[in-house]
Design a protein around this ligand. Structure first.
Ligand SMILES: [Zn+2]
Length: 378
């Protein structure tokens, strides 16, 4: 028995049939601000996947990195006048507290980019040795012209890749590049940014290379499922795959899975628009189970809109489910929830099954536990 999950690279729902030990990599946070709803929604998606895989008898090794060497972190540290690693440590602790409150299972490893500089150096050298990168000026670039299937993860045409690269920090006009879609593996640091020595000069890693180096270090050359928010499909995951397969000559990922973004007032929730809903603010008012239930009542692959009535209605739903506690385990309900999760992680359908069972006076404790919601907890 296996789950059916949408694979971004194949652009369809396919069986996800990993071996007993599942190797999974999920792109984590850049720790410069509090956890918002979009983060929580992404990480809850993979948490429900992990719970169902464990329920199916798998052992899951999930690695979720912490990007503590990155432009937005340096910018925020500069603004606050603090050391970037102090800012990162504080925000990482806040993030972990939010994840724990939302009952997200602990991951196998949460490595920091700053721990991976020797791994990144070795990785970049391997890409250079394989002839897929070049040194130009003070930087090292990946050469997309050497990688025939660049674009296979996203499936985006050239113009769309250029548009998104420009939008998401790809500096397509950099005169040192041979091709505007070439991306940085190593770059010089600004005067107040950290710098490490390398054969190509002092500097710091590019954005994408950290995840490839950490996946290789923590999980090996091949992972079964790779996840993240949908905004990471391009360029981040496209570039990760290209450089990983160039360094190792091994297929990097079996299955790519992405969680949709969330909107508020008709616009995508984002830092730049200032329309974020923060988890710690919600936790001041609501039971964390209410927050978790409100988020997973949406399908992970469908963009949805935040409404102020989501938490009150989720709270009522949680109370109804809690009112069912005390009967026998309902095997038919448990099987219905499992079937919903196996159908491309259809958590709204799973919740609907629980709703109707509860309205018939059946006990939902075990079924809700499959969704990571403990109806008995105080
Ligand atoms: Zn990543």
């Amino acid at each position: 028995m296996s789950m059916m999950l949408y694979d971004t690279a194949r652009r369809k729902v396919v069986p996800f049939s990993p071996p007993q030990q599942v190797l999974m990599y999920v792109c984590g946070i850049t720790p410069y601000d509090a956890t918002h709803l979009g983060h929580a929604s992404t990480f809850l998606t993979y948490d429900v996947v992990i719970r169902r895989l464990i329920d199916l008898g798998h052992e899951v090794r999930c690695v979720r990195n912490v990007t503590d060497v990155d432009d937005p972190l340096f910018a925020k540290a500069r603004e606050l006048g603090v050391h970037y690693l102090d800012l990162a440590a504080g925000e990482e602790a806040r993030f972990n507290a939010d994840m724990e409150a939302l009952n997200v299972l602990p991951v196998h490893a949460a490595p920091r980019a700053s721990s991976a500089i020797p791994d990144i150096r070795k990785f970049i050298q391997a890409v250079l040795d394989e002839g897929h990168a070049y040194v130009s000026g003070d930087s090292v670039y990946f050469d997309v012209s050497t990688f025939d299937t660049f674009g296979a993860v996203s499936g985006y045409p050239q113009e769309e890749m250029l548009r998104l690269a420009a939008l998401r920090g790809g500096n397509i006009d950099d005169p040192q590049k041979r091709n505007p879609l070439d991306f940085v593996l190593w770059q010089p640091s600004a005067a107040d940014e950290p710098a490490w020595e390398t054969p190509w000069g002092p500097g710091r890693p590019g954005w994408h290379v950290e995840c490839s180096a950490l996946a290789l270090r923590e999980l090996g050359e091949h992972v079964h499922l790779h996840g993240g928010g949908a905004d990471l499909i391009f360029p981040h995951h496209e570039c990760e795959r290209a450089q990983s397969e160039s360094a190792t000559n091994t297929p990097f990922v079996d299955h790519w899975m992405h969680a949709a973004l969330i909107s508020k007032n008709g616009e995508k929730m984002s830092k730049s628009l200032g329309n974020l809903v923060f988890i710690d603010a919600l936790r001041e008012v609501w039971d964390p189970r209410t927050i978790r239930l409100g988020i997973i009542s949406h399908h992970y692959r469908t963009e949805w809109e935040w409404h102020d009535n989501l938490m009150p209605s989720s709270n009522e739903r949680l109370a109804r489910w809690q009112g069912s506690v005390g009967g026998d385990d309902d095997e038919a309900l448990i099987d219905a929830v499992r079937a919903a999760l196996d159908d491309d992680l259809d958590t709204p359908d799973a919740c609907a099954h629980i709703d109707s069972a509860v309205s018939e006076g059946r006990d939902a404790t075990a079924a809700a536990a499959l969704l990571g919601i403990d109806l008995v907890a105080g």
